[in-house]
Write a protein that binds this ligand. Structure first.
Ligand code: SAH
Ligand code: MG
Length: 198
């Protein structure tokens, strides 16, 4: 397992796969443990690095992870097999915005795919979150660009960073979910449903 993780880190750096930062996945793994999270939906598998680490927290943790890129999907399957997690991790090869989930609900949803689509993912998948479930989003700092979109010259990057800034405002103004932001790794948010019954 340790060896596989090292191999995946090497593969990611060699092939420019944006896997989660150490500090962030450690934070998430603690959260999974503390909240006794059992089933997780991940948007954006890449090569399975975060899925495998999340699934490794406890024997009864399972992950469904969605990936639209074929090469990464294949690589992810390979890695899931290597650690014998076929029963724990279900890898779905599809665009997350086109996936049909039915009759399932998750303790945790981890949004880590196309950053410009965070709001869409949130709005689509919140219906599959258990009442006390949590939604985590990665890369809110976007390598330090977030908050500086005005100064960015490249059009594509500017637009992407603006979308992340909009997503943060969306979370801050959200009446249904309360969100905490963490300056961990590339920036994480943790959203939980507000309890209006107090
Ligand atoms: N969670 C992974 C990293 C994911 S990188 C880890 O930390 O190990 C983001 C991945 O999301 C990329 O592989 C990209 O192909 C995928 N992706 C982006 N938009 C997507 C979408 N709409 N549906 C499914 N996968 C998507
Ligand atoms: Mg990420």
């Amino acid at each position: 397992m340790k060896q596989l993780i090292l191999e995946m880190e090497a593969y990611a750096s060699e092939h420019n796969v944006p896997i989660i930062e150490k500090e962030s996945i450690t934070f998430i793994m603690k959260l999974i443990k503390a909240n006794k999270i059992k089933n997780i939906l991940e948007i954006g598998s890449a090569i399975g690095y975060s899925s495998i680490l999340m699934a490794s927290v406890a024997p009864d943790v399972t992950v469904t992870t969605i990936e639209r890129d074929e090469t990464r999907y294949m690589e992810c399957l390979k890695n899931v097999k290597k650690c014998n997690f076929e029963q724990k991790i279900n890898v779905v090869f599809q665009d997350a915005l086109e996936v049909n989930l039915s009759n399932v609900s998750y303790d945790m949803i981890f949004i880590d795919a196309a950053k410009a689509q965070n709001t869409k993912f949130f709005e689509k998948f919140k219906y599959f979150l258990k009442p006390n479930g949590i939604i985590i989003t990665d890369n809110l700092k976007f390598h330090g660009y977030t908050g500086k979109s005005e100064d960015i010259e490249s059009k594509n990057l500017k637009s992407l960073v603006s979308k992340i800034e909009e997503y943060i405002e969306f979370l801050k103004g959200n009446k249904e979910f309360e969100t905490k932001f963490y300056d961990v790794g590339d920036g994480l948010s943790v959203s939980v449903r507000r309890n209006d019954k107090k």
